[in-house]
Write a protein that binds this ligand. Structure first.
Ligand code: UDP
Length: 251
């Protein structure tokens, strides 16, 4: 690893800023304190959220890496910065659901909390202006975003990630209800896990708590105005930290 310098802003998303660096094969991601929900119709600043998500994501990326899952992750630097390999992100959000919640229960006659076995894999077209619509296999093929082989590879990787995350979170006494991941191709054409894995992108319920609101330790606390968002994210970090080594510092 070599020292690096942060260069130009490449992209600003809802929760992160992505910068180039003076190294050709390295980009720097800054995790922001901005919280958004419902396609950014609801917005707030939550002090400390960026640092919590950066650290939780780093611990999880390193855990997945140890499990043999390829990721874009290189290391962290300071509280809010993550260094990653540049990837061409596939404009598809992959959602895996182990338990029915959220949009699934709004769209289908399924009670929240219903176990889904095997886990349901849903693909959404990543486009805020279109509201991230659900993709069918035919729509995915029509858009030509992925070959049949790549789609299979993406699905296999997502299901593997789910198994590793289920096991890790179970050790933390957390139920992984569902989560969203994004994948991308490196310059060498390798499909790797990208973006983040945090309470912003996962639903996590405290297994020791029965109450259907009190058990929520993820962004649903913000979506549903339950309060205690930062405390909940802090609790997730505390538990994940107990089962993962300190994340490596880049540079
Ligand atoms: N999710 C996400 N980004 C999105 C949409 C969903 O990270 O743009 C996550 C969300 O936090 C949850 C899972 O994906 O863990 C499934 O979300 P769902 O489809 O139920 O949508 P929601 O209820 O959040 O509208």
């Amino acid at each position: 690893m070599t020292a690096y310098r942060v260069a130009q802003l490449l992209h600003e998303g809802k929760a992160k800023r992505v910068y180039g660096t003076d190294q050709d094969d390295l980009v720097a991601v800054e995790f922001k304190d901005d919280a958004t929900a419902f396609n950014a119709q609801k917005k707030a600043q939550l002090a400390g959220k960026g640092a919590l998500n950066c650290r939780i994501s780093a611990l999880i990326f390193e855990h997945l890496e140890r499990c043999g899952v390829p990721t874009h992750y290189c290391g962290v630097d300071g509280s809010n910065w993550m260094l990653v390999r540049p990837v061409q992100v596939v404009p598809v959000e992959v959602v895996i659901r182990n338990v029915a919640a959220g949009s699934l229960c709004r769209q289908l006659p399924l009670a929240a909390g219903t176990a889904l076995e095997p886990p349901l894999l849903d693909l959404y077209y990543k486009d805020d202006a279109l509201g991230d619509p659900l993709l069918t296999e035919a729509r995915l093929a029509m858009l030509g975003l992925l070959s049949a082989d790549q789609r299979q590879q993406l699905e296999r990787l997502a299901r593997q990630i789910n198994q590793h995350l289920l096991a890790l979170f179970a050790r933390c006494d957390l139920q992984l209800v569902d989560f969203k991941i994004e994948l991308g191709f490196t310059r060498d054409g390798e499909l790797v896990l990208a973006d983040e894995i945090s309470p912003d992108t996962c639903r996590l319920w405290d297994r020791a708590v029965q109450d259907s609101q009190d058990r929520i330790l993820d962004k649903d606390r913000f979506r549903q105005d339950l309060g205690g968002v930062i405390d909940a994210y802090g609790e997730v970090l505390k538990r994940v930290q107990q089962h993962c080594p300190e994340p490596r510092v880049y540079g």
